[in-house]
Design a protein around this ligand. Structure first.
Ligand SMILES: [Zn+2]
Length: 519
């Protein structure tokens, strides 16, 4: 692939004289076509005088032509686009053509035919001579630069250290805070860490009383703290110091330099590699959980039921009150969106529950079963204590008796109806039959209600085969992915009834099988 960089520029007064970027670009592209170029990269500088040397688009154009191996031409309309000052013109030309790969091409200027062109060429020749001398200087300069490389040219202000005239030492107090943050980071999130720092009255790196989660996160992700290595000259900040004079859309961003230009520096490590890894493991789990919710999947979907109104709960993602963060919740369907309209049904008075809270509680329970048989027995015992054997059996027996009796009556009536020919008697029999069917329906409804009440109070048992399978085939609970957790939870749990009592939340976990009656 052959590429060309096209550089266009108009100053403010040229703009008013109709000297447009568009026409320069068009001629540039035509020229590129002529030269058999497949790709062009266009850099535009509007309203900037040729006297300004450090022009962002020009710098970018030159850098692009040097960095991208497939660039063969640097095209602009005339030398004035680069600079009106001959010295700078030569300097830019030299930079563009120095590798002898890129050729500088003008669309509206002929090097050979004009006096300027001839002058340009003769000076280029003189420069070539001059360049030979320069190469020697550059080599020496390079050596000096290397020698200087591993000295601090500036201090990047890393929290936890003191810097004094090129010497970096541990800042005792800040270093202790860093270690503490890592210790906490292996088992809690950034928000909790911020809370603890605040509670301890430790001020942030910027001297504020409160810590932001980003600050804590940066500290936990900064590899320098355990490797003892950091880099300077990692970013090209060229021109960014002038940003305050630029409109927002023109502001320059600092750019990452090529990796081989970074200079590695040593600092005293503050934490161990193990401490760093422990934090990474925790955040990996947290991230997976977060991702799963972004994808619209909730760990407990389909399992939650309202202890208040009996409807299902579902996952819900929404903004916090000042709309700065998205949070995820579970909520009763009759609370949000609420009961179907126009049927006089009441909205469920339960409130939204943060999803991580419920998920963590459920997952911890399930994790316990997988890791420890005693947790399974504990669950079974709790089930037996909580779910007293049903007291409905007598009532149920009576209902069944009545049902059977009426059922026999119905059979007899149907037989009589089949033999009866008198229309008056038939009418009476039919009336009677209707009443009997209604009564049967009623008893059936009562029985169904009893059955469902019964199943709600029945103790349930954990599927021991499923537990063995999980132990043998899945990774350690701490290492499980969202998918695996989801599978495990749905394999073992059939329903979780949520009871909100004041500020308290009760989760009644029902497992696969009803517990067999004792004895
Ligand atoms: Zn409800």
């Amino acid at each position: 692939m052959r590429k060309a960089v096209i550089y266009t520029r108009v100053s403010t007064d040229e703009q008013t004289r109709g000297f447009s970027l568009e026409s320069q670009r068009e001629r540039g592209i035509n020229k590129a076509d002529e030269l058999g170029v497949t790709d062009t990269i266009v850099f535009e500088e509007a309203g900037v005088s040729g006297e300004v040397i450090n022009r962002p688009a020009l710098m970018d154009a030159i850098a692009a032509s040097q960095r991208d191996e497939s660039v063969k031409y640097f095209i602009c309309s005339d030398p004035d686009r680069l600079s009106r000052d001959l010295t700078y013109l030569l300097l830019f030309t030299e930079q563009i053509e120095k590798g002898k790969r890129v050729e500088l091409v003008f669309t509206d200027f002929n090097r050979e035919d004009t006096a300027e062109g001839k002058l340009f060429y003769s000076i280029r020749g003189a420069i070539a001579e001059f360049e030979k001398a320069m190469i020697r200087r550059r080599t020496i300069g390079g050596k000096i630069k290397k020698a200087q490389q591993h000295k601090w040219t500036h201090w990047p202000d890393i929290y936890g250290y003191n810097y004094n005239e090129g010497v970096v030492t541990e800042n005792e107090e800040e270093a202790r805070t860093v270690r503490m943050i890592y210790e906490w980071g292996s088992n809690m999130g950034t928000a909790s860490i911020c809370g603890r720092l605040h509670a301890l009255g430790i001020s942030s790196p910027r001297g504020s009383r409160t810590w932001s989660r980003t600050t804590v996160k940066r500290i936990l992700e900064n590899k320098s703290y355990h490797t003892g290595k950091t880099f300077i000259r990692k970013y090209d900040t060229g021109g960014t110091h002038l940003n305050k004079y630029r409109a927002d859309e023109d502001k320059l961003e600092r750019k990452l330099r090529p990796r081989d230009e970074w200079v590695e520096m040593e600092i005293p490590p503050l934490v161990t590699e193990e401490a760093f890894q422990a934090v990474q493991r925790r955040s990996l789990v947290a991230r997976r959980r977060a991702t799963s919710n972004i994808n619209g999947r909730f760990l407990l979907s389909g399992l939650l039921r309202c202890g208040h109104c009996g409807k299902t709960w579902h996952g819900h993602s929404g903004w916090n009150h000042n709309k700065t963060k998205r949070r995820i919740y579970y909520v009763c369907t009759y609370k949000s969106p609420g009961p179907p309209k126009g049927q006089g049904l009441e909205r469920c008075p339960t409130s939204f529950e943060p999803a991580p809270l419920i998920e963590e509680a459920v997952w911890n329970t399930v994790k316990g079963w997988i890791l420890d048989d005693e947790q399974i027995s504990a669950f079974h015992n709790a089930q037996l204590t909580r779910h007293k054997p049903s007291s409905h059996s007598a009532e149920r027996e009576k209902l069944v008796e009545r049902f059977n009796q009426i059922n026999r009556e119905e059979d007899a009536l149907i037989e009589r109806l089949a033999r009866e020919s008198n229309p008056r008697v038939r009418g009476k029999l039919n009336e009677r039959l209707d009443k009997i069917s209604a009564e049967l329906d009623q008893i059936q409804t009562l029985l169904d209600e009893l059955d469902s009440a019964e199943s709600e109070t029945a103790a349930s048992e954990i599927d021991s085969e499923a537990i063995s399978w999980i132990r043998e085939n899945l990774p350690d609970p701490e290492q499980m992915s969202f998918e695996q957790k989801y599978e495990v939870i749905h394999r073992l749990i059939t329903e979780i009834v949520i009871q909100q009592q004041g500020d308290e939340l009760q989760l009644d976990i029902r497992t696969l099988r009803p517990m067999p009656p004792k004895g």
